[in-house]
Design a protein around this ligand. Sequence first.
Ligand code: F3S
Length: 423
Amino acid sequence: MILTDHERAMAAGEAGEAVAAAMTVLVEYGEIMGAERLVETDNVCGAEIFGKRHSSVLGTTDPSTLFSRFALNSDAPMQVPPVRAHSCQLIGPRDHKLYQLQGLTEQEHREASKSEAYLASLGVSILNTCTPYQVGNNPRRGEHCAWMESSAVIYINSVLGARTNTEGRESAAASMLTGRTPYAGLHITENRRGTDLLRVETEMSSTFDWNVLGYFLGGVLGDSIPVLDGVRGPGPDPVSLKQFGAAAASSGDVELFHIPGVTAEVRTLDEAFGGHTPEQTIAFTQQDFDRTVAELNATATGDDIDFVMIGCPHASLNQLRDVARLLDGRRVSSDVALWVFTPSALRDIAARSGWLETIERAGARVLSDTCPAIGQFVPPGTRRFATDSAKQAHYLPPIAKIEGRFGSTAACIDAAISGRWVG
Ligand code: F3S
């Protein structure tokens, strides 16, 4: 790999041993990716690495030791300097206000707070969400980023036209310290061309429909770059695009999709394929739709619901407002917990807008900073949950060893009120 003078100096330790270790991580990773050089990045998002799962593995709660071991692939603790790139912390294991609802102790909360304070002292923004693009980190088209979290990666690549590969904990931390990431994969224009054509033959009229389409697409296309054609209906809003991408990145490894005239980079099919012929063309039919919905409900053996989860990826302001409207004047069943997840900045706005009060008056709760899949928690005694997110329906049943129902937001709210799934 060809390094600039400045990068060679960082690798030689002129900026300290942690930065040198970070360069080693990036060069090794870049060579595996086939990169000939690094590219500058000033936008890095990494996930919480100081949760209780990690500290208990190491038998220590000293965050600087944890950082050096997990983030820089080293056994020896080392002095970590402030981050060089603008950096954000993604979603973590606990809600900084409602951690007791998760079943966490004061001690666990204090440990998480200590880790956050440590990260903040290095210059990392504590966003604590899987949707940084909803709360201030909105990369511009063509911007080179180094982000973790598959739902965020596919959103900024596709909807915003930013450029990132799906980073890991170590490579994201290394990018934070160096302001560099390998110039490979989706950083390169020709690798962003569409590969497969998906003809959408059903009417796409709701966010629920986009969830289903995304889950189908990831399952059949794996890690290709799909281009959607023939979409009928009002067109996807940002929430539908968020849910669609998250679903595609959970049933498959899709990191980028194009919808001509909707997503950032292409206006026509020709532009999307760069003059090439699609490797394959597949159709999404009503039968595919029905089969995918059945697949997402396959773990459920009954209709009693004891937990409803909304907000995967973290709910937008519009979703919070919709939930408040759906709950207004109603009461969640005493046998059901209804939890809505959103970035903490949006929870604050919901509070000032009166939506939080409406939601809580109905007996539901709004949590931030975490989610059941990442924090690995559900309300005690949960046997069967319902969600409006294909991604959460995919991940939570095996993680929490519970059954899952998947449907529209309105169907989930109805299930929370009645304790029964009607769908
Ligand atoms: Fe976000 Fe958790 Fe879903 S990280 S995308 S709410 S599984």
